[in-house]
Design a protein around this ligand. Structure first.
Ligand code: NOJ
Length: 543
């Protein structure tokens, strides 16, 4: 019996390719250097050509943009930076015409400090109804001058900020992102209504931000091992009071009911950083999320042992509850894989970025392994996430000067962690266009590195050996051979790491160049295929 049997259900989210659009950097229609919804609409046919099934849009809601839109001040409107609701509807209509599904980002753990609720909370007294939508508390110490507990922010520094009347509010991220109090029924009702607002407009689902943080332990006790874990947790130890609280599950059950009450296969993906995956499996039980991101796979990097165990653990955990495993190598929070695999940059999800003062990646090794790892991933059964620009083999911008930095991580750590701006640089569409075709003018909210010119999409379209064409072929073959719905079993776990899905063998060479394995060559991650299976190469072979 294979480690994973062919997928049972036929819903699209079990095997689909979901492409993440980061609206700020995808395509700028207005010419102000900031991507927008009209820009997305115009470029959607290019994504159809790529061969994806769905897009997920990072936040485009009204926001002061203190955390690039993950600080929402109005959940039912579009920020003027990106357009308006009419532009959203047109984008959705165009996507659906092209047969693409659209998932949008829902940010329920925290709002912006500019949200009307938080503003009224600030103008209301301690103990008021308005303050109960967030976590306001008195401080410790003689005059309440110390934070209520020892919690740290994920972006560095304490997770508490003091307001004028002396109370403190909790923010697991930036101080401009106060955490909502999910014990409060009004908060729950409000978000159910927000879900319906977007489902009524026709969205196909949601990617849910930080769901594992939404419920906090009663009384907000101290993090029991903050000195070792900082803002995070240590796998295998007790859950800290801000992560993975059991009471959170009833929220997702109620959301699942709402999604299920709409026609079509609407789906929710949780950005749940929950480990081990046997614990994560609780989040994708049949009445909760349809899928969650597989951070175990992302964090495995390109380490053979870690990959093997991540894949084994994934099938075991997700199959046990009938959920698909998802796979991912890139997103807007991690160093792009074409750079990450060109050096030793630690855990992918550490959000530390690469700056001009860090060791620079080996770009040839990086792109070789990026192409190889992508082919390895796209052969796996389950759903896969792609992040805009990876299909062009874009590297991280690793020499971005401090004056361009916008990520709060950079500011909250005094530049010690450069943060995530390097993976968020506007896309190069045309080698000859101003801002490389990102928009009609030269404006670009983050400068594009010189190396992006030769990676422009229009050049790659004409080059058979380009990374873009490798992605297109892989997605086409994946669909044709139904690999997404397929099965999985290891063939060898030595230096040649290979698995079988249907009648395709996917093999990656962690060792030295060697003879080609048996089978009809279907696809190779190297731009030229000789008589050997080269080191760091991945092949798809039909048997
Ligand atoms: C996860 C998002 O992916 C990240 O970009 C954001 O900063 C945090 N959640 C806070 O919303």
């Amino acid at each position: 019996m294979p480690l994973h049997e062919p997928t049972a259900g036929s819903e699209w989210w079990r095997s689909g390719i979901i492409y993440q659009i980061y609206p700020r950097s995808f395509a700028d229609h207005g010419g102000d250097g900031m991507g927008d919804l009209k820009g997305i609409t115009n470029r959607l046919p290019k994504l159809k050509e790529l061969g994806i099934d769905a897009v997920w849009l990072s936040p485009f809601y009204t926001s002061p943009q203190k955390d690039a839109g993950y600080d929402v001040s109005d959940y039912r409107d579009v920020d003027p930076l990106f357009g308006d609701l009419n532009d959203f509807d047109q984008m959705l209509e165009r996507a659906h015409e092209l047969g693409l599904r659209v998932m949008i980002d829902l940010v329920p753990n925290h709002s912006s400090d500019q949200h009307e609720w938080f503003q009224s909370a600030l103008n209301s007294k301690p103990g008021s109804k308005e303050r109960s939508y967030y976590h306001f508390k008195d401080g410790k110490g003689e005059n309440g001058e110390l934070p209520p507990n020892n919690w740290q922010s994920m972006f560095g520094g304490p997770a508490w900020t003091r307001v004028e009347d002396g109370q403190w509010y909790c923010h697991l991220f930036d101080s401009s992102q106060p955490d909502l109090n999910w014990e409060n029924q009004v908060v729950r009702d409000e978000f159910e209504d927000i879900l319906r607002f977007w489902l009524d407009r026709g969205v196909d689902g949601f990617r849910v931000d930080q769901p594992h943080a939404m419920a906090k332990a009663q009384g907000l006790p101290d993090h029991p091992y903050v000195a070792e874990a900082g803002a995070g947790f240590i796998e295998g130890r007790e859950s800290p009071p801000m992560w993975f609280q059991d009471s959170v599950h009833e929220i997702f059950r109620s959301w699942r009911n709402i999604l299920d009450s709409y026609p079509g296969d609407r789906a929710m993906c949780g950005e749940a950083y929950v480990l081990p995956l046997s614990f994560m499996a609780l989040w994708v039980r049949p009445d909760e999320f349809h899928q969650t991101f597989n951070f175990r796979f992302l964090d495995a990097g390109w380490d053979q042992e870690k990959l093997i165990s991540a894949i084994n653990e994934s099938f075991e955990a997700f199959d046990s509850v009938g959920a698909p495993s998802t796979w991912v190598l890139n997103n807007h929070d991690v160093i792009r894989h074409a750079s990450r695999f060109g050096g030793d940059y630690g855990r992918a999800t550490a959000s530390d970025g690469i700056g001009p003062n860090n060791p620079q990646p080996d770009s040839l090794l990086g792109i070789t392994l990026a192409r190889a790892s992508t082919l390895f991933m796209l052969g796996l059964p389950g759903a896969s996430y792609l992040y805009q620009g990876e299909e062009l083999g874009l590297p991280e911008h690793t020499t971005l000067e401090p004056e361009f930095r916008q990520d709060p991580t950079f500011f909250r750590t005094n530049g010690e962690r450069v943060g995530r701006d390097g993976c968020r640089v506007p896309l190069p569409w045309e080698a000859n266009g101003p801002s490389l075709g990102f928009g009609p003018t030269a404006a670009s909210w983050l400068p594009q590195p010189a190396g992006y010119l030769e990676l422009a999409r229009d050049l790659q379209e004409k080059d058979d050996s380009s990374t873009l064409n490798l992605y297109k072929r892989a997605l086409e073959i994946r669909k044709e051979l139904k690999l997404g719905e397929g099965s999985f079993d290891w063939v060898s776990t030595g230096e040649l790491l290979s698995y079988q899905n249907q009648n395709v063998i996917v093999v990656h060479n962690f060792g030295k160049d060697c003879a080609l394995p048996a089978g009809r060559l279907v696809l190779s991650s190297d731009s030229e295929q000789g008589d050997l299976l080269r080191s760091n190469q991945t092949l798809w072979l039909e048997i």
